[in-house]
Design a protein around this ligand. Structure first.
Ligand SMILES: Cc1cc2nc3c(=O)[nH]c(=O)nc-3n(C[C@H](O)[C@H](O)[C@H](O)COP(=O)(O)OP(=O)(O)OC[C@H]3O[C@@H](n4cnc5c(N)ncnc54)[C@H](O)[C@@H]3O)c2cc1C
Length: 569
């Protein structure tokens, strides 16, 4: 049951909120973690998308691996429809946000948040993006102990190598890049992805000759069966906390519940931050109001500190929809790692010479298991997807129109743009000989980019987020440079055809809309509201150089929890 007051209330049980809840719970504080979406794999909600279920959960005894197996089927289409930003009751449709052009914001509601369909990549920020770009008021060294803490709990380890990674490494080495053997990346090079995914069972090593099943307990750890974007409940049959991908629902959430001091209330959309203001003083946060997404009933709860962790779109939206002071940077400075896709296609005979087999088989191994880092520009990573998602990402959308409209004669790629009809069929029929590289650029925070709201466009939780994103010339240049490096790596790896999408901006990684140094101070407490903290990716001062952001968001949330304890408890 939810009480009337807590030491701390955390808004959002996504990637970062559970980290703060765990640390505060461990220190003995009573914590309420409010989550807008459902709680999958919890016996209090056996049919989370059909019935309201229970009210709140405070114990790991509620967590069930079998239930998660039932709910996370790995059927791509079914899971994409399940892991969306909307209420548990799927009859009601998703929660709308406005985003420019053909792009989209990819975010997920539910305990675990967007880590439910993240691919588990857990690199650190590039030190230079924190120490040299001038956006951050703290040093990279401040984050190091928290990185270690997060990496230990998430079991971060270099990803196993399968054919697609071997091919990528071959191309990168032949293109003259160095191998990187350090989590602190100071120069360009390639390496296995540090992933928050348990390594595969030794039985699955290529020489082990395993011809048994792939379910728990026969196989423990990663099954190399892809499917992280679809939730990844592997290995099937494993207890809840033994699932290979250490999304926050299977890592920090159980850790938080085990403290005995944390209560999680799903289906609770926070719509108001309550404050009190003494005469001539700045406001102090005193609690929140939330709306039950099944019943529509509004409830409120009091707290000594309020921690916003609703993600880089909803945290500023919540601020803007409540009666909080108007700091000009609230919602501003959005970075999304302005990305692109470069695809390589191989001839079967060439592959046989390189890999000893005639296919790349991108569906084998971890989804994203090899990367190329270039501090100052961003990164590249190989992506293994099913054919459907691969077609959408690699060929389905482009800012340059259809491929036949473009003449890439002088470019390092053979085709660029959207593919359709016979050409799309031809390339997709070669799916098993294809490798996709995701280009993730170090876009910088600009004031014009971010979240606003308008009274004219509300949903049941108030005005919806209107998101603007327009890359600068520098952002485009960095992305172009990375796309050229990707094409070179693919060619050096022997690809016979290279295709660039020129993808429209899509918000896969969203950060820096409540930036440390602009909206919140070095402890992540709001400059203008006492006892109000931000502990999600919106508090990041920039896009951490283009490295996947979750490790840094979680490390910062852990640090924020320590600062809260020092300042108020
Ligand atoms: C397909 C995909 C793959 C990705 N892969 C990676 C990867 O490999 N590595 C990586 O680092 N990053 C990856 N990301 C990004 C990563 O998932 C996010 O950066 C991370 O989850 C952000 O954490 P967060 O806490 O800021 O926000 P979220 O994880 O989005 O959590 C916010 C939570 O708050 C809840 N919420 C929102 N509003 C309210 C409200 N008003 N009241 C209550 N609750 C609310 C939401 O429902 C959500 O659960 C990926 C993203 C996608 C879409």
């Amino acid at each position: 049951m939810v009480a009337e007051s807590y030491d701390a209330v955390v808004v959002g049980a996504g990637g970062d909120g559970p980290v703060a809840a765990w640390k505060l719970g461990e220190a003995g504080l009573s914590v309420l973690l409010l989550e807008a979406g459902p709680f999958y794999g919890n016996e209090q909600w056996p049919k989370p998308n059909e019935e309201p279920g229970g009210e709140a959960s405070s114990s790991t005894a509620d967590l069930s691996g079998d239930l998660l197996d039932e709910q996370f089927t790995t059927r791509e289409f079914e899971m994409i429809n399940k892991l969306l930003f909307g209420p548990a009751d799927h009859e009601r449709g998703f929660w709308f946000r406005k985003f420019p052009g053909d792009g989209a914001i990819l975010q997920c509601a539910g305990v675990g948040g967007t880590t439910l369909h993240y691919t588990g990549c857990h690199p650190r920020a590039y030190p230079a993006s924190i120490d040299e770009q001038g956006h951050w008021p703290i040093d990279y060294a401040d984050l190091l102990p928290y990185y270690r803490e997060v990496e230990e709990l998430c079991e971060v380890t270099p990803a196993p190598i399968t054919a697609k990674e071997e091919l990528f490494f071959r191309g990168a080495a032949r293109a003259g890049w160095e191998f990187i053997d350090d989590y602190n990346v100071t120069g360009p090079g390639y390496r296995p992805q540090p992933n928050a995914i348990r390594p595969p069972d030794a039985k699955l090593h290529v020489d082990a000759g395993h011809d048994g099943g792939f379910t728990y307990p026969e196989v423990r750890g990663d099954t190399l069966a892809l499917g992280n974007i679809a939730g990844n409940p592997h290995p099937r049959g494993a207890p809840y906390e033994e699932k290979a991908k250490r999304a926050s629902n299977v890592s920090f959430v159980p850790a938080a519940l085990r403290t005995g001091n944390v209560t999680i209330r799903p289906n609770a959309f926070v719509t108001d931050v309550r404050t009190e203001t003494a005469l001539d003083d700045s406001p102090t946060a005193t609690g929140v109001a939330f709306r039950d997404t099944w019943t529509g009933r509004t409830e409120s709860v009091e707290a000594e500190v309020v921690i916003l962790a609703a993600g880089a779109i909803e945290t500023p939206r919540l601020w803007l929809n409540t009666d909080l002071p108007r700091n000009e940077w609230v919602g501003r400075g959005l970075t999304i790692h302005f990305g692109d896709n470069v695809m390589g296609l191989w001839d079967a005979a060439d592959l046989e010479g390189i890999l000893g087999k005639r296919t790349v088989d991108q569906h084998q191994g971890q989804d994203i298991a090899a990367r190329f880092d270039y501090p100052g520009l961003g990164m590249l990573q190989t992506v293994g997807t099913g054919p459907g998602i691969g077609a959408i990402l690699g060929f389905g959308a482009s800012a340059s129109g259809f491929a036949f409209q473009n003449d890439p004669d002088d470019a390092p790629w053979d085709t660029m743009g959207r593919l359709a009809g016979a050409e799309l069929k031809r390339l997709l029929s070669d799916y098993r000989r294809m490798l996709q590289i995701l280009v993730v650029s170090d876009d910088r925070p600009h004031k014009r980019n971010g979240v606003t709201v308008s009274e004219a466009l509300p949903d049941e939780h108030g005005p919806i987020p209107l998101v603007n994103y327009e890359p600068s010339r520098g952002d485009r240049q960095r992305r172009d440079e990375l796309a050229e490096i990707a094409a070179e790596i693919l060619r050096e790896a022997g690809a016979a055809h290279v295709h660039r999408s020129d993808s429209p901006p899509t918000a896969l990684h969203v950060h820096s809309t409540m930036r440390m140094g602009k909206v919140v101070d070095e402890t992540c407490e709001a400059y203008d509201v006492e006892r109000l903290f931000v502990a999600d990716h919106s508090a990041l001062s920039n896009g951490v150089g283009g490295a996947n952001p979750t490790n840094t968001g979680q490390a910062l949330a852990a640090r924020t929890a320590d600062r809260i304890l020092e300042r108020y408890f």
